[in-house]
Each structure stands twice: as C-alpha cells, then as structure tokens.
Design a binder for this molecule. Structure first.
Ligand SMILES: Cc1cc2nc3c(=O)[nH]c(=O)nc-3n(C[C@H](O)[C@H](O)[C@H](O)COP(=O)(O)O)c2cc1C
Length: 330
C-alpha cells in the first residue's frame, strides 16, 4: 500500500490514508467484502443499506465488515427514497448503525434533513451526495460534514441539470465552505490531482471500481467494463425526470424509446427498470437486460485488479501529475 501522500480535510475527517472514496454500489453490489477491501487499501467504502431491508441481515453485514476491517472506519450508503415510508426505513437502519458504531454515511436521494440530526447526535459523519452544486448549498445548511458532488459523467443518477464534473470540481470548492468530494467520470490519478488542485478534498468512484477483484459480480460483467470505453454509457428515463446513466443494452434501448415518445407513466417503464433485472445480470453475467449503472469512467477500467492495486496506480499517477505541474511552473 502506498504511504499517505495527500492530506486533506476528507482524509482528516474520515481518518483515511488516501483521498479516495468508493460510492455505494447498489443493492448488494458493494457488500462487506468489497467495502473492507476499499477501507483496508486506505480509502472509504459504503455498504448500501437499501440492499439489506432485513435488520438482522443488515447487522450481520456490518459485523462482517467490522471483522474484516479491524479498527478501521467504514461507511454505509443510505438512499433516502422520495416515496412514502422512505425516511422511516432509513431511520430504522440508523438505529442499527449507531449500535454497530458505523463511522460515516453517504446519503443520497431525497433531502437528508430528517436524518442529519440523528446521525450528528450519534457522532456519525455525514457526506451528502448530490448531482449539482445548487443542492450542495442546501445540504450544507442542514449541517452535513461534507458534500459529494457527482457530475454528468457518473454511473447512476446525474440529475436533471447534467452538469459536467470538471465544471463542478471548480465550482463546488469555491462556493461550499465544507469538505468537497468530486465524483462522476473519475478513474485516474491525474483527475485526483486535478480535483485537489481545484480545491476539492477527495474523489469518489463507482464505475471504475466495477472491475475490482473483490467485487462478487459475474466475471462477464467485469469483462464488459474492461472492454468498454465509456461510449456505451447512455442517460435514460429523462421523460420521467429520473435521469439514469446506464450501460446501453436492450432495456436501455427500450427505455430510450419511451423517452423519445415522452411517455410519463412510470408503469410503462417498470418492466425495463426493475432492480431485479440488474441483479440478475450481476449474478449471471448476461448484461442484456436491466438498468446497469455505468459511466464514462469505464475507459479507465482496463483490467480486473485488486482494490489496493487500483489505488496504488491512482496515487502514483496523481503524484506524476503533480510533478508535471511543478515542472511546468519552473
Ligand atoms: C454499478 C453501480 C451501482 C450503483 N449503485 C448506487 C446505489 O445503490 N446508491 C447510490 O447512491 N449510488 C449508486 N451508484 C453511484 C455511485 O455510488 C457513484 O456515485 C458513481 O458511480 C460515481 O460516478 P462514476 O460511476 O463515474 O465513478 C452506483 C454506481 C454504479 C456504477
């Protein structure tokens, strides 16, 4: 493992060696084993709470992660659904996080307002993930410890404004007085160096990590990501204003057709976007069906490797990029 090279407000806040966060990969993709690999390699990872609706199973997953990480901190992704009961479900999981002494959370989805006080009272660090800087301002007012801003290139939900990461990486640190993490299309150390130079405190990756050896997903899915260069990434569900960046496959094509026709009833989308389809793809390796979150950073995922090897490359590349900048100034 590389020694600590960059010290930022995020490495201090989370007690981690490298300013590298790996976002929750849901449901059940980023499990205890993967998150532990991220944490043990010096970053911060997040188990996706939504993947464990059963309290006992959730608690067991947290305990497994604790066993695998020893004294190191690890995190949980809490997706706050806008649907009825969404906040209540998250609150139930927070009770378990407190009992199991989880150090930090990545909140995403709806406003975290209803849960921030609970988390803060328990000393759990809150990083709220947003797809545009305008939402980061709102989160900052709610008392979160830091914000994660993901740009349009991100696998998952780039939001309705679809502003690119390079714009937001320069904008967010200038406007937000809290530690800032930048995600969306990140997968190399030169981007890490660039983001730190712009005033941010860490990067967050998702797509780049789909080829981590420690992820349980089918080798065929990883092979697809290795072979891809990001041009297979498309945004769907724009007609229902739930923009979703995914792998272009049969389901994505069908949804793009609905988008083109400006269909607004969710029921027409449901057969193509059911979470069970993506889960099936991860299990069987057949990626033709399902919304498989997939962003432009696939271009950096050139081999299946251990998390630690991926991080080592990123740190080396970031150091090289920093040196290049110094040489240019001389
Ligand atoms: C396979 C996959 C599954 C994801 N699942 C979730 C999820 O369940 N919850 C969430 O908040 N973000 C999810 N994301 C988004 C990531 O946490 C992260 O924000 C995003 O991947 C960063 O952009 P990048 O893909 O360009 O690195 C997922 C991303 C991927 C690639």
């Amino acid at each position: 493992m590389r020694p600590q090279t960059f010290s930022t407000r995020i490495t201090d806040l989370l007690g981690i060696r490298h300013p590298i966060l790996c976002g929750g990969l849901g449901p059940r993709v980023s499990d205890a084993r993967y998150v532990a690999a991220v944490v043990n390699a010096g970053g911060m990872g997040f188990i996706v709470g939504a993947g464990f609706p059963d309290s006992d199973e959730f608690r067991n997953e947290l305990r497994t992660c604790r066993e695998l990480t020893g004294a190191r901190n690890f995190g949980v992704n809490l997706y706050i659904s806008r649907q009825a009961g969404g906040v209540e479900r998250v609150k139930q999981q927070i009770r378990i996080l407190i009992e199991e002494k989880v150090a930090c959370v990545e909140t995403a989805g709806a406003s975290p307002e209803a849960v921030v006080p609970l988390l803060k009272e328990a000393g759990i660090k809150v990083l709220h993930k947003v797809p545009a800087v305008r939402y980061a301002h709102t989160a900052a007012r709610m008392g979160v410890d830091g914000v994660i801003v993901v740009g349009n290139e991100c696998g998952g939900h780039p939001g309705i404004y679809q502003i690119g990461s390079i714009v937001q990486a320069a904008q967010a640190p200038r406007e937000i007085g809290l530690p800032v993490v930048i995600g969306g299309g990140i997968g190399s150390g030169r981007q890490l160096a660039g983001v730190l130079a712009m005033g941010a405190d860490a990067v967050l990756m998702g797509t780049r990590m789909m080829v981590a050896e420690e992820l349980w997903i089918h080798p065929e899915v990883k092979a697809k990501v290795v072979a891809g260069d990001g041009s297979e990434s498309v945004v769907v569900k724009s007609a229902i204003r739930d923009h979703h960046r995914v792998l272009r496959n049969e389901s994505a094509e069908a949804v793009m057709e609905l988008d083109r026709a400006q269909v607004s009833e969710f029921e027409r989308f449901r057969p193509h976007v059911m979470g069970a389809l993506a889960h099936e793809a991860y299990v069987t390796g057949d990626t033709r069906k399902g919304m498989i979150d997939y962003g432009h950073a696939a271009v950096f995922a050139d081999a299946v490797r251990k998390v630690e090897a991926i991080f080592d490359d990123i740190i080396d590349d970031a150091v090289a990029a920093s040196s290049r900048l110094k040489r240019l100034m001389a």
